[in-house]
Every structure is written in C-alpha cells, then in structure tokens.
Design a protein around this ligand. Structure first.
Ligand SMILES: N[C@@H](CCC(=O)N[C@@H](CS)C(=O)NCC(=O)O)C(=O)O
Length: 79
C-alpha cells in the first residue's frame, strides 16, 4: 500500500473538489493544511518544488493538479 499525504488549504476550490471526491468515495488519507501550518507549506515545497495545492504525495513523490489526483484516486482507491 502506498504512503499517501494530501496537502490542501482552506478556500481553495481545487482542493475542495478533491476533498469532495474523497468524501463521496470514503477515501481517508493523511491531510496537511498548508495555510494553517506553515511547516506543511515548507514541507510541500521541499518535496515537490512548489507550494501549489492540492498535491497528493505518493511514496514521497508529488502529484499536483486536482484532475490528475482524482484520476489517480479513481484508479487506485475508488470502491
Ligand atoms: N490547475 C490546478 C490549480 C491549483 C491552484 O491554482 N491552486 C492554488 C490555490 S486555489 C495555489 O496553490 N496557489 C498558491 C501556490 O501556487 O503556491 C489544479 O487543478 O489543481
């Protein structure tokens, strides 16, 4: 099973889109808010090279772009 962390922030419609998909499909992942905790933002920058959210980190590799994240979750997690 891959190690997954989802980076997001409040007020981001792209993040909301992915979070909604996760809720609808009962997918629970480790969540890190980059707005409420600057450490998470720095961590994401270090991992992926940019602070853009949403980002799904899969076994240490950053996957940006909400549509790509949803596609990945569909392939790997949708029930
Ligand atoms: N095309 C991207 C757009 C993501 C995007 O624009 N994210 C904004 C927040 S809504 C962002 O992270 N801006 C701050 C940054 O790039 O550091 C997607 O669909 O995920």
């Amino acid at each position: 099973m891959a190690q997954l962390t989802f980076y997001y922030m409040d007020g981001c419609p792209y993040c909301q889109k992915v979070l909604r998909f996760m809720q609808q499909n009962i997918i629970t992942l480790a969540l890190k808010n980059t707005l409420s905790d600057p450490k998470n933002r720095q961590e994401l920058l270090k991992i992926g090279g940019k602070t853009q959210v949403p980002c799904l980190v899969i076994d240490g590799k950053a996957l940006y772009e909400s549509d790509d994240i949803i596609q990945w979750l569909k392939r790997n997690y949708q029930r």
